[in-house]
Design a protein around this ligand. Structure first.
Ligand SMILES: Cc1cc2nc3c(=O)[nH]c(=O)nc-3n(C[C@H](O)[C@H](O)[C@H](O)COP(=O)(O)OP(=O)(O)OC[C@H]3O[C@@H](n4cnc5c(N)ncnc54)[C@H](O)[C@@H]3O)c2cc1C
Length: 304
């Protein structure tokens, strides 16, 4: 946790972030987690994953956009991404961030933009997942989801096991038939709202996963945690839940060995493929999650 906080602090230092965003793609170290800066690069990564039998969700990277016109342009871009990836030869869904689409300006704007994307996805018979960002956005994100969901069954969202509120949220969302992705949570959160101890976050993940397997609608378990994955498989087996009734999800470039193993074991495996020029905050969260990752950045800094 201390190292994680230190990395989050570094992520706020303009000199460090300028260096990383300058060198990350050119020297290649950012490509470990980011499929590329263009849709063409992302499509190549998607096709490779699809050929292996994986499902894919695409994230056009960006967050905290404070210009309303810019959020409308992001909305247009998402619609054209949907046009490309809904092609049956590609067959990927999308994930999006509310602050990329106006939530930093107003809830109404984010809802209007997300609504436009979900409506377009529905025409194309595709699915949209609203990612969950930091806890200052949780309530508004769930409100947007609950408002749009009655019109659009092709919409899902995300809950984070580090938040105290999540268990109660999941009870309510299950009652609405919400399709939820469960993750641990990637943001720096205070003790007032979130468990600080990793073992408590992990314990709550398993507890909420049980709840989703019992009462949820096609839940998605987003984690690379081998022990948690085994626990979920065993819970599902004991309850006689079909392997197709839920899916596992992992991030592009992380634990490729486990991704393939899950697929070989007959479960559905969806890979989250991020692309775009605004990759830095996403990249820094991946470094903070696993401080050992900082070494390949340091090695690149030292010119090795
Ligand atoms: C598909 C998907 C979607 C997500 N969406 C969201 C979201 O909407 N909102 C949100 O807050 N968070 C999201 N996350 C991130 C999530 O909250 C965690 O921060 C992240 O997945 C790491 O937690 P873990 O469950 O893998 O467990 P951990 O206990 O952190 O890690 C377990 C093991 O996974 C491997 N691992 C984990 N992270 C890394 C890494 N960065 N680099 C290399 N190896 C790693 C390591 O082997 C580690 O031992 C998402 C994650 C996934 C997989």
């Amino acid at each position: 946790m201390v190292v994680r906080r230190a990395i989050h602090a570094l992520a706020d230092r303009p000199r460090v972030t300028r260096w990383i965003s300058d060198k990350g793609m050119r020297s290649g170290f950012a490509r470990r987690f980011i499929a590329g800066e263009t849709l063409e690069e992302a499509l190549a990564a998607i096709i490779e994953l699809r050929n292996k039998g994986m499902d894919v969700t695409v994230d056009y990277l960006g967050e905290v956009v404070r210009d309303a016109e810019a959020t409308r342009a992001v909305t247009d871009t998402y619609c054209s991404i949907l046009d490309r990836i809904s092609d049956p030869d590609i067959g990927a869904s999308i994930s999006l961030k509310p602050t990329h689409l106006g939530l930093s300006i107003s809830r109404e704007l984010a809802q209007e933009n997300i609504g436009r994307i979900v409506a377009h996805a529905k025409e194309l018979d595709n699915f949209v997942r609203i990612d969950m960002e930091d806890s200052s956005t949780t309530e508004a994100t769930l409100e947007i989801f609950k408002t749009l969901r009655p019109q659009y069954d092709n919409l899902g969202t995300v809950v984070q096991s580090y938040l105290y509120r999540t268990e109660e949220d999941v009870h309510k969302l299950n009652a609405l038939g919400a399709k939820l992705r469960l993750c641990k949570g990637a943001y720096k959160e205070p003790a007032q709202v979130a468990f600080q101890d990793k073992s408590e976050v992990d314990r709550n993940y398993v507890k909420v996963a049980e709840l989703l397997l019992r009462e949820g609608t096609y839940p998605a378990f987003a984690t690379h945690d081998h022990r948690v994955i085994e626990h979920i498989k065993s819970m599902a087996r004991k309850r006689g839940i079909d392997k197709d009734a839920f899916e596992f999800q992992m991030l592009y470039g992380i634990r490729r060995d486990v991704q393939l193993q899950i697929l070989e074991d007959g479960y559905r495996m969806r890979i989250y493929v991020p692309f775009g020029q605004q990759w830095l905050p996403y990249f820094m969260r991946r470094i903070a999650e696993r401080p050992a990752n900082a070494w390949f950045v340091v090695r690149a800094m030292l010119g090795n």
